[in-house]
Design a protein around this ligand. Structure first.
Ligand code: NAP
Ligand code: MG
Length: 482
């Protein structure tokens, strides 16, 4: 199977004719090919999106009334819901994720599309007090053509939150999926066309980040960029955008801490803590990858969590176990190197999960690993592993916990487990993070909840109503009427 770009509601051959293999992470074998896009293909996609927008918000997409746009986005959401199983199967094969995770991703995608479809006719400006004899009002206008660079870990969810919000705000989109996870995104562009979105509203150019992604970041016709991925690539994208003063929203991952106090309800906490690091084999920007436990319950937490880690099994998506393989050989090598380096440094493994006997030896499998007594300044405690690897460490006082929690360059999500409501609220203010969960954890499903980072985790907010503002220009209109 050879997939093409999807531009202007049509499959389009890459200008060069070049393709890239699509690898099944559970076997390491190629099963399809995608187009290897370059600057020419990005040019075509931007032109198609510009046509949909028109010169003065008079294009086939931009001239629709809010109600018409909302209706089309609801129709799109319904069409995606009808194709949810197919999309989940495609995603599981392409990325290796367990089918249940892919199914849940598809369901969350539908929620995003419905949420933003419902926002279209509620996005309004204000009237402002000003000098006597004036009426001043603000209107929220589309930005134009927006670029979306999507990683391989949650392609459907990230498409939903960024493309869904941008379309709702009235923009047309050019999407560059990760080369390791393009198939669901291509299908989503086709489904948009089937649902009646005009040509050019959703365009997808596949290919390498350094080629198609860089060309998208640098294209003068792109008026806003949403990027989710690594800190290093995020900086490259932001530099390219800065050259033409194009706004960027960067979501760059984290080293998110979960803080467990002596008074925590461990029965409630432990399954959530486990899930937050093994879900999607740990390839989650908001993974709870550091576990900070108060000394009084530290041994108990390690012991009980070790049992659970030992029971974790990785296997092919079709077996629907706790985890699938990692997405590609590079990530596999990277995560393995992290684990080996930590062991070589003398950091203790408390427990390790297993790889199912049925799993192919050529698949990119990594068992879950729980490390204990991890030194706070070690690489394992500071850097994003992006695998099912949890770094646990003890703390004594609340002040120590805050210092440890805030002691990395990241700040995406934090979790606090305590029965003391005052402490929970106090910590919510002190923790450097875009989201703080008290006695729960998990950013994934909350489409309504604004999400994004502080420090090196990025800037700008996605999800919720808040995200819509970023996809608009606010125009002030001052009328003097005497
Ligand atoms: P990455 O390079 O940041 O990739 C993210 C996206 O950016 C992909 O679509 C990628 O395309 C694209 N890209 C790559 N180079 C680009 C460039 N020069 N200009 C524009 N776009 C470009 O991440 P990765 O190498 O796949 O993964 C490395 C690490 O990043 C992971 O181990 C993890 O720590 C982190 N990560 C974080 C998230 C998150 O959700 N925050 C997601 C993924 C990865 P191609 O993939 O086609 O090159
Ligand atoms: Mg793949």
């Amino acid at each position: 199977m050879e997939y093409r770009h999807y531009i202007g509601n049509t499959p389009v051959m890459p200008e060069t004719g070049a393709t890239l293999d699509v690898i099944d992470p559970s076997t390491g074998e190629a099963f399809a090919a995608i187009a290897r896009g370059d600057a020419h293909d990005i040019e075509r996609a931007v032109a198609a999106a510009q046509y949909a927008m028109g010169d003065a918000l008079d294009g086939p997409w931009s001239r629709l009334s809010p109600v018409e746009r909302s209706d089309l986005l609801f129709a799109y959401a319904d069409a995606v819901a009808r194709h949810a199983d197919e999309l989940a199967q495609l995603e599981a094969r392409d990325t290796g994720k367990a089918r249940k995770t892919a199914r849940s991703d598809a369901a969350v995608l539908v929620r995003y599309l419905r949420y933003y479809a419902g926002c279209v006719d509620k996005l309004h400006g204000e009237t402002l007090p000003y000098t006597t004899g004036f009426t001043v009002l603000t209107v929220r206008e589309p930005i134009g053509v927006t670029g979306h660079i999507i990683p391989w870990n949650y392609p459907m969810q990230i498409f939903g939150r960024s493309v869904g919000a941008s379309l709702a705000a009235g923009n047309a989109c050019v999407v560059k999926p990760a080369e390791d996870a393009s198939l669901s995104i291509l299908r989503l562009a086709e489904i948009a066309a089937e649902a009646g979105l005009p040509a050019g509203a959703v365009n997808v150019v596949t290919g390498l980040g350094s080629e198609a992604g860089a060309a998208l970041s640098a294209h003068p016709g792109i008026r806003h960029i949403s990027f989710t991925g690594s800190t290093v690539t995020g900086a490259l994208v932001a530099q390219a955008a800065a050259a033409r003063h194009c706004p960027v929203v960067l979501e760059l991952g984290g080293k998110s801490p979960q803080l467990v106090f002596d008074d925590a309800d461990l029965d409630a906490a432990l399954p959530v803590i486990l899930n937050a690091i093994v879900q999607n084999a740990g390839q989650t920007c908001s993974a709870g990858s550091r576990l900070l436990v108060q000394r009084g319950v530290y041994e108990q937490v390690i012991e009980r969590l070790s049992e659970r880690f030992s029971a974790m099994r990785a296997g092919p998506p079709s077996m629907d176990l706790d985890m699938g393989p990692l997405v590609n050989a590079k990530q596999h090598a990277r995560v393995r190197a992290f684990v080996e380096a930590a062991e070589a440094e003398g950091i203790r493994v408390a427990a390790r999960g297993r790889i199912a006997a049925e799993a192919s030896h050529d698949g990119f499998y990594q068992p879950a690993v729980l490390f204990r007594d991890v030194p706070p300044d070690s690489r394992l405690a500071q850097e994003e592993v992006f695998g099912p690897v949890l770094a646990a460490m003890p703390f004594d006082t609340e002040a120590d916990a805050v210092r440890l929690a805030n002691g990395t360059e990241y700040g995406l999500v934090a979790g606090v487990w305590t029965q003391d409501a005052s402490r929970g609220l106090r910590l919510a203010r002190k923790l450097q993070a875009g989201q703080v969960f008290i006695n729960n954890y998990g950013a994934g499903g909350g489409v309504e909840l604004p999400f994004g980072g502080v420090k090196s985790s990025g800037h700008g907010r996605e999800k919720g109503f808040e995200a819509l503002f970023g996809f608009t220009n606010l125009k002030t209109v001052a009328i003097r009427h005497g």
